[in-house]
Every structure is written in C-alpha cells, then in structure tokens.
Design a protein around this ligand. Structure first.
Ligand code: UN1
Length: 538
C-alpha cells in the first residue's frame, strides 16, 4: 500500500492513497479505469485513486477466495480467532489513523469516527473469544448406543457489499464473523470509502489472514463490481452475499440469491420513529431527538425520520426542537472537530436531500427550517469553514406532517425530520408502525405500561427506551423487519447463523442396523388405569 502527495492546497489533511485491489494476498492495480475519492468537506483533498474493477477482477478475487477456503475452513476455529484478535489489537493501535482518515473520507466528526472504529475493535474482541465456542449440540437419540450431534460448518466464499456511512464498523460486522466461521471473503467496499477499506484490509493482512482468505475489490455498485459480485452466485463462485444499503438494491439481491437458493444477509433502509409521551423527561427526549435526527448529518440507517409527539407536549417540544436545530454547528470536521455534523457523504445523498425540500412543500407539510444547501451567502457564524467548497446542508424540520405523506414514508439520507402529532398512545403506535420500514425505533416515556406496550407492539428490529434511535452495540442483534431487511441479523452470537450452516450427525455404536422410528423401543403401560371419577361423591 502506497501513499502519494496530495493536492498542494490540501497537504494539511495528509497524503493520498495510491489505491489497488487486494487479491490473493497482493495489492493489484485493476486493468480498467479508476475513480477518485475526495474529501466531501472540500472536494480538494484527494483521499486516493482506486480501481474500477471489472467482471474479470471480481471473478479472480472469488477464485482466490475459493482456493483459500479449503485450508482456512480446516484451520481450527481458535487459531482463526487469533488472527481476529490480532486484527482487533491493530485497529485499536491505529484507531487515531483510521479515525482521521474516516473523518477526511466521509465527513464524520472525530468523536463519531472514533466510535465507528471502536465498534470494529469491539466486534473483533467479541469474535476472538467466539472462536473458542462456536458451539454445536449433543442431542439424545431415540435409540440405544447411538449419539446425535450438531456442528456449525462454514458456507464457503462470502461476498460482502458495504455502504459508506459506517466504513469501518459495518465491514467488521460482516467480515469478522464470516472469517471466524471458516469462510473466505470477497469484499466490494463502498466507493464512498475506499480509503478506509484499504487500511482495514492492510491491517487484516498484517494480522495474519492468509493469502486469498480476504480479498478487496473496488468499484461501483450497479453495473459495477458490486453487481458482478452478486452475479457470481450463478457461476458457483459465491456462496453467500451480505449487503448493507438501500431497500431497492436489497430486493434485487434477494431475488438473484433466491434463484441460486441462497439466503443473503440484507440490512436495508429505515424510516425510524421516535415517540415522546407526556410522562417523559422532556429535556432528555430533546437531546435524544436532536442527536438521532442530525448526528452524522442524518446519514445513518438508524437516524430518526418521524418524531411522533403526543399532542399535549407537541407545541412546546416542537418550538424547543426547532430552536435547537437552528443552533447546530456544522463545518469541516477535520479542521473543526466540535461541529455536530460535517458534509453529506456524496452528491447523490445531497441531491436527494435537496429534492425532498421541494416535494415536501408540494405535499403540504410546513417547513420550520429548510434552507437547503449551505452556501457562502447563507452560511452564518454557526458554520465553520468554506461552505462553498463542500457538500453541506442545513437541517430540515417539518411540522404538520401526516403519516400518509411521502415525507413520512420515504427514507431520506440527510438531516431532516418530520414532526407528527398524535392524539393518544394508540395513535402514536399506529404512526410508528405506519411506514414500509422497521429498522430502529425509540420511545421517551416514564410510564412502565407505555414502555411495555412499545417494546411488544413496535414493528422494528431494534427499539430504544429513553435513548436515541441510533447506538446499536457490537454484541446485540442488528437488523430490521418489513422493508428494512429479510430477517437476517448482524452482530453478537446471532450473526453466526448467517455465516454457518448446521450439520446434523448421527453415530451408531450398536453394531447393527437400527432404523429410526421403526426399530425404536416403545414403552408399555405398566399399571392398570384407575378411574379418577370414583374420587368424587356423586
Ligand atoms: C448503519 O447506519 O448502517 O446504531 C449502522 C448505530 C450504529 C450502527 C449503524 N452503531 O447507529
């Protein structure tokens, strides 16, 4: 891995990466064209140039992974886990470098970038010890001198396709458990974060992942390396796809994998609700709602979309929320580490955000804040840096939103939130469940019955009580219901099911042929029945 001089005016950010794919233990330039990734905070700072991999490069990576599978899957799991443990140590050691690059590459604040990297350390530590478990079961047989067992077996070659908003944490959620289970990996990193992917891969190689066990290919999604990787399921080169991204792409991947009789892991979009009831600590709810809506510039799958307020508190809460939203500090997080959020990750997210400002008005919602893009003209003292140089937007706050509106139904990656008023708790729950998604959710309340009802009635994979919609920890299951996924989970022990299959084994020591269900002993009744009705006086 090579570093080269950056644009002279961006030299203060650091050097650029001369990017390459990592195939069969070597960094290799792709034969086709390339693409550049620039810091979205200023678009001058060059993170690096990376290959736009074609079908053949992706195929080559899959072949390398298939070849490496034989040896890696036969390596004892505790030994595989040593690589993961060392990887965790290396990420921890380079947390500063990774976080700084992450801030440059996708615009997270230093604090959040540190959290993103820490999530990978936590995941590595969790799975290092899991390598000493990966338990199967012993199961009693219905026959004598026969034993039944279950074993976890690896699936083969796993194709990972990740998004750019958690460029270290989310790849670790996929790659680490896949490796622990004995699979090998081809990873198509997000073209928004090829730099972080390169450092990640370098550390994994330094940690001792043998050649071919993990391979990285750069490039686009549709009509690019991501699509080619999925299509390899039909060539028998990929045994499992794991994808984090949009629901539309997830549906396509689900259909392709379904035709190959494979179950992909799909972590898709969200329109995450937060309910605030009158019994809540409203100061705490305000902080939670502001962070959930605007942290990471709203570019988390778990960001808040619909803020559902009980009508008794809605007026005052809305006023305070809009006031605080107006005080948010925004700017280049590499230079001003204490801003709440930095730039949009890419042009596409920014365009989507700007477009929703238009159609949101057209359908009759009331914009309490919606200035759109931050330019030199409309930057105020709360903006840090050169607004025109980057992809910055003001927060948007909508009131008068009804759950039927497109605003309330559509995932928008960006700092925007809908305020929806509810008459009572039943209506609040109906609104919270009234979207096509079901990823994360939150409630602020101090009423135990509301807490109980919320966690039993909410249609979401993840629910917070008196906390933000974000903030999943590395050892709890992550994933959604409805349009947010296909029921697979990441993280914790639950993800192991996504990267292993169960093998059932029966071993017969009887010395003869014992047929289940047919030669099984039966138990005869040993005492004549007593008529219990005789116990009662007629
Ligand atoms: C994502 O947005 O894809 O719970 C992942 C959170 C983070 C992970 C989010 N720990 O917000």
């Amino acid at each position: 891995m090579r570093f080269v001089a950056n644009h002279p005016e961006a030299a203060c950010y650091g050097k650029s990466i001369a990017g390459a794919n990592f195939i069969n233990g070597r960094w290799v330039e792709a034969a086709g064209g390339g693409f550049e990734r620039r810091n979205p905070a200023n678009r001058l700072d060059l993170i690096g140039s990376f290959p736009l991999s074609g079908r053949e490069e992706v195929r080559e990576a899959a072949r390398a992974a298939r070849k490496a599978f034989e040896k890696w899957s036969a390596t004892p799991a505790p030994v595989r886990a040593e690589v993961i443990g060392r990887f965790g140590d290396l990420i921890a050691k380079h947390k500063g470098d990774l976080s700084r690059l992450l801030t440059r590459e996708i615009g997270k604040t230093p604090r959040e970038a540190g959290g993103d990297v820490q999530e990978a350390v936590d995941t590595a530590r969790f799975f290092q010890s899991e390598g000493r478990r990966l338990y199967g079961q012993t199961v009693p047989s219905e026959m004598r001198r026969k034993e039944l067992f279950t074993y976890r077996r690896p699936l083969g070659v796993c194709g990972m396709i990740t998004a750019g908003n958690f460029p270290v944490a989310v790849p670790s959620w996929k790659i680490i458990p896949a490796l622990i289970c004995g699979n090998t990996v081809v990873w198509k990193a997000s073209d928004d974060a090829p730099g972080c992917a390169s450092l990640f891969m370098q550390l994994l190689a330094e940690a001792g992942a043998p050649a071919g066990v993990v391979n990285l290919v750069h490039g686009g999604g549709g009509n690019g390396a991501g699509q080619y990787l999925v299509e390899l399921v039909h060539e028998g080169l990929i045994d499992k796809i794991s994808f984090t991204g949009s629901t539309a792409v997830g549906r396509w991947i689900g259909a392709e994998c379904g035709r190959a009789l494979q179950i992909p892991s799909l972590e898709l979009g969200g329109k995450n609700p937060m309910i605030v009831t009158p019994s809540a600590n409203l100061d705490q709810a305000l902080e939670g709602a502001l962070w959930a809506a605007f942290g990471t510039a709203g570019q988390r799958c778990t960001s808040l979309g619909n803020l559902i307020l009980h009508e008794d508190i809605a007026g005052d809460f809305t006023r305070r929320f809009a006031e605080r939203a107006g005080q948010i500090r925004i700017g280049d997080p590499s230079l001003h580490g204490d801003v709440l959020y930095g730039p949009m990750i890419n042009e596409r997210f920014m365009q989507g955000f700007l477009e929703h400002l238009q159609w949101g008005r057209e359908e009759g919602a009331i914009p309490l804040m919606h200035e759109g893009r931050i330019t030199r003209e409309n930057a105020c003292r709360l903006f840090e840096g050169d607004a025109a140089a980057g992809l910055y937007v003001w927060p948007a706050v909508w009131s008068g939103v009804t759950i039927q509106m497109r605003l309330a139904q559509t995932e928008i990656f960006g700092p925007t939130v809908n305020i929806i008023k509810a008459r009572d708790f039943d209506e609040a729950m109906a609104f919270a469940n009234g979207t096509p998604y079901g990823l994360s959710s939150a409630i602020y309340t101090n009423d135990p019955v509301e807490m109980h009802r919320f966690r039993t009635e909410i249609q979401a994979g993840m629910s917070s009580i008196n906390n933000s919609t974000t903030g999943a920890e590395a050892h709890l299951p992550f994933g959604g219901v409805k349009g947010s996924g296909n029921g697979t989970r990441e993280s914790g022990v639950w993800v192991i099911d996504a990267y292993s299959r169960w093998q059932a084994v029966n071993a017969d020591y009887s010395g003869g042929l014992q047929l289940a269900q047919i030669d099984t002993e039966t138990v005869e009744a040993s005492a004549p029945p007593v008529d219990f009705s005789a116990l009662w006086i007629p």
